[in-house]
Ligand binder design. Structure first.
Ligand SMILES: NC(=O)c1ccc[n+]([C@@H]2O[C@H](COP(=O)([O-])OP(=O)(O)OC[C@H]3O[C@@H](n4cnc5c(N)ncnc54)[C@H](OP(=O)(O)O)[C@@H]3O)[C@@H](O)[C@H]2O)c1
Length: 296
């Protein structure tokens, strides 16, 4: 009988990690690591010894890192912690896994870009993060790539789903509670359903494990977001229309909604490389949202 691979999932309780638990389970023996160790393992990405210890104990055949410091505004005042988790940890993971040629799947963000573009960003466009979160995530990309480990880095954007903290769940609550709501209408991006991102991730990993994808040649950055684009207001409007809530949604400008971290005005990612290389693509964001909302 063929030996099932040992799969280590870091950040199993995040939005994406939660969905990965389901999509990865059929592929091998899944070890779920979280900060609090509620399932198989405790792992703190801010602690190098914790990372090394879990890798030593579990000897994974493949590693998926869905954990990150994702509090974009808080990162402005917790730069060191954000750097350790988002910047240093992916590099350390890569260095520890490079020698045994253990593949790593890692996630990054549209916030590595400055938002000045007038067409969707491609993987090799010049990054220019506007905030600490984006800068630390960019550093993590570079450190993982420089480690020489076989790696897929999936850049995504505006992740939402039925689990965790995200725009969809916040909007659903506020639309119920409020009669009027102001939402930013001058930041453009692409909403991405966590479940579909997890599906694509599992498809990629299955092909890595079965030898169909050769990471000695195909390692690198790939962008994976929902198709199309919208503003936060447009996203909120679609959620409202589906819910039938009567709350009035008012479009506002970013400058009227000040926040500690600056955000890119335009951060749509071109998904062509993923499609051309692996034949994979996510549906239009409106289609995905409808599927997600139907799944209650
Ligand atoms: N959310 C988005 O809109 C978005 C957009 C673009 C890219 N991404 C990227 O997509 C990936 C997945 O994001 P997500 O939305 O699933 O994030 P999430 O829901 O915030 O989950 C992140 C997970 O990381 C865990 N974590 C935080 N600090 C940790 C540490 N020191 N050690 C171990 N685990 C730690 C968190 O645990 P606790 O909850 O216990 O703190 C949480 O379970 C990340 O790489 C993120 O940068 C997300």
């Amino acid at each position: 009988m063929k030996k099932r691979p040992e799969i280590l999932l870091i950040g199993a309780d995040g939005q994406v990690g939660w969905e990965l638990q389901r999509t990865l389970a059929p592929l091998g023996n899944l070890t779920r690591a979280t900060l609090d160790g509620r399932w198989e393992r405790a792992l703190d990405l801010a602690n190098a010894e914790s990372i090394a210890g879990v890798l030593r104990e579990t000897r994974p055949d493949i590693v998926i890192n869905a954990a990150a410091y994702t509090a974009v505004d808080k990162a402005e005042t917790e730069q060191d912690l954000a750097q350790r988790i988002n910047g240093d940890a992916p590099g350390l993971l890569g260095r520890l896994l490079a020698e045994r040629r253990v593949p790593v799947l890692h996630y990054s963000t549209d916030f590595v870009f400055s938002g000045q573009a007038e067409r969707p960003y491609q993987e090799d466009d010049e990054p220019g993060p506007l905030n600490v979160y984006g800068a630390t995530k960019l550093d993590g990309e570079n450190r993982l790539l420089d480690s020489g480990a076989p790696a897929l880095i999936l850049r995504t954007s505006w992740v939402y789903g039925r689990h965790g903290q995200n725009f969809l769940l916040t909007m659903q609550r506020l639309l119920r509670e409020r009669e009027e709501l102001q939402v930013v209408d001058d930041q453009i991006g692409a909403p991405t359903w966590s479940r579909l991102l997890a599906e694509v991730s599992a498809q990629l990993l299955y092909r890595v494990l079965s030898g169909d994808i050769d990471l000695e040649r195909q390692s690198g950055l790939y962008q994976v977001t929902g198709g199309g684009q919208t503003s936060w207001w447009g996203f909120a409007k679609a959620i409202q229309q589906a819910s039938g809530a009567r709350c009035r949604l008012l479009p506002i400008l970013s400058r009227d909604y000040p926040s500690p971290a600056k955000r890119p005005t335009y951060s749509v990612l071109d998904n062509g490389k993923l499609l051309d290389t692996f034949g994979l693509a996510l549906p239009h964001w409106e289609t995905s949202l409808a599927m997600c909302l139907a799944d209650t």
